[in-house]
Ligand binder design. Structure first.
Ligand SMILES: [Mg+2]
Length: 427
């Protein structure tokens, strides 16, 4: 079978038999006019007619023949466009050229009708590829407001548009990371493109023990027994083997020299509760050493708590990086792209806390931090939990994400989160 026939069949499958409307319609148009389109944008003013296929929007938004022919049928086709080796590259490049212009509105660059199409196009591609250049374009030219008609046609509500309503940081930032990462722990997703929540998402041991530490800070008592109370309330949260033995092996407990990342995953309340960096380090040590009294176990907890505390103080990321590197000896001069290809499941503090901090350092907002954390693979729920705790302190969190995550939690957990937030605010 010839390649063109295979493509035609594939096209029929994907576009309901509408074989004329597959991506080849764009490729041809790009061959003819992409270069001049790019030149015009770089010069600051669109001169000729190419909007429909250079910045395509959903079919049905425009009424002309071209709008119909080059209209994108839905999220699946937009994703294919973006993944196409020519079309995706071009779209990113020319969007980047739009972003590089200074001092001109979208109307001045594109004309008022095409400025509307540009907004629809950026909205569509931000939905399939969040927090990329398309979001930057919406931010730069439209005050971060997406095209509502595009969202409505995709069945998305404005409420779900991250970046509109932001709530202040708190331990729920870590809990969200746990819930989002939960379904990827044993089935890694090495990409930032996934649904944050699904019916398979759940809270795990990271959430339960985070709340135990919050409960201990709030109400005092021996941490060992507070952790045991929470463990008995939620015995099937996915505890590691050694920790499970400690938790359910009777009330007489001794630390077992662990350097697993359990100390990092439960430490976020210490970073939020502390009034000074020293206090954050001290509380982190106390929260770790009931089980994780190995130096690496304590270090992991302290590094995450310190990052949270510093992020709360609006410390620049570079300073946070320097402090953590110098104090704990972690190598934070690596990128997620460098880590991802060879990163293996690693439950140790030293093999996952630095990676969680790097995901935060590289992020641009709360959602992108969580996505980067999951994209590394490995112990996804715990890495995303640690990253999420820091990112929430730095950026706050989109209200819709918090709302959606809360729906996974029983009332007693929600109540404790609220009480703990209030106590931190009052300190
Ligand atoms: Mg877990």
């Amino acid at each position: 079978m010839k390649l063109s026939d295979i493509f035609r069949e594939k096209g029929e499958e994907l576009y309901g038999g509408d074989t004329q409307k597959n991506l080849s319609r764009f490729v041809e148009a790009h061959r003819q006019s992409y270069d001049s389109a790019l030149q015009e944008i770089r010069a600051g003013r669109k001169q000729s007619h190419w909007m429909w296929y250079i910045f395509p929007q959903l079919r049905g938004l425009g009424h002309s023949q071209n709008a119909d022919f080059y209209g994108i049928s839905g999220q699946a086709e937009a994703q294919m466009f973006l993944n196409h080796y020519i079309l995706g590259e071009h779209l990113r490049e020319i969007t980047g050229a739009m972003l590089a212009l200074e001092g001109r509105s979208a109307q001045e660059i594109l004309g008022s009708i095409d400025a509307l199409k540009f907004r629809s196009s950026m909205t569509l591609f931000d939905v399939v590829c969040p927090n990329d250049v398309f979001r930057q374009a919406l931010r730069k030219y439209y005050d971060d407001k997406p095209d509502e008609r595009t969202l409505a046609m995709l069945g998305l509500e404005m409420r779900k548009w991250s970046g509109t309503d932001v709530v202040g940081g708190g331990i729920v930032g870590a809990i969200i990371g746990d819930i989002v990462g939960s379904r990827f722990e044993f089935c890694n997703c090495r990409s930032t493109r996934f649904d944050l929540f699904s019916s398979a998402s759940r809270f795990t041991d990271d959430t339960v023990m985070t709340l135990a530490v919050a409960d201990w800070l709030l109400n005092g008592g021996a941490l060992e027994s507070v952790m045991t109370d929470w463990g008995e309330e939620y015995p099937n949260a996915g505890y590691g083997g050694m920790f499970y033995g400690w938790l359910f092996g009777g009330r007489e407990k001794a630390p077992y020299n662990s350097f697993g990342n359990g100390s990092g995953m439960r430490v976020s309340p210490c970073g939020y509760f502390a009034r000074s960096l020293d206090e954050a380090l001290d509380l982190a040590k106390q929260s770790a050493e009931v089980t994780h009294n190995h130096p690496e176990g304590i270090k992991g907890a302290q590094a995450i708590a310190a990052a949270i505390f510093l992020a709360r103080q609006h410390t620049p990321k570079e300073e946070i990086r320097d402090y953590i590197e110098q104090t704990f000896g972690y190598d934070l001069h690596r990128t997620c792209d460098e880590i991802r290809p060879t990163y293996l499941f690693d439950e140790t503090c030293q093999g996952s806390c630095p990676e969680a901090i790097i995901a935060f350092l590289e992020s641009s907002d709360y959602e992108s931090a969580i996505r980067l954390a999951v994209s590394l693979g490995g112990d996804s729920d715990t890495i995303a939990c640690m990253t999420g705790g820091i990112a929430a302190a730095c950026y706050g969190m989109p209200a819709w994400i918090v709302e959606e995550a809360m729906s996974f939690l029983p009332d007693m957990m929600k109540l404790l989160i609220r009480r703990f937030d209030a106590a931190c605010a009052a300190r």
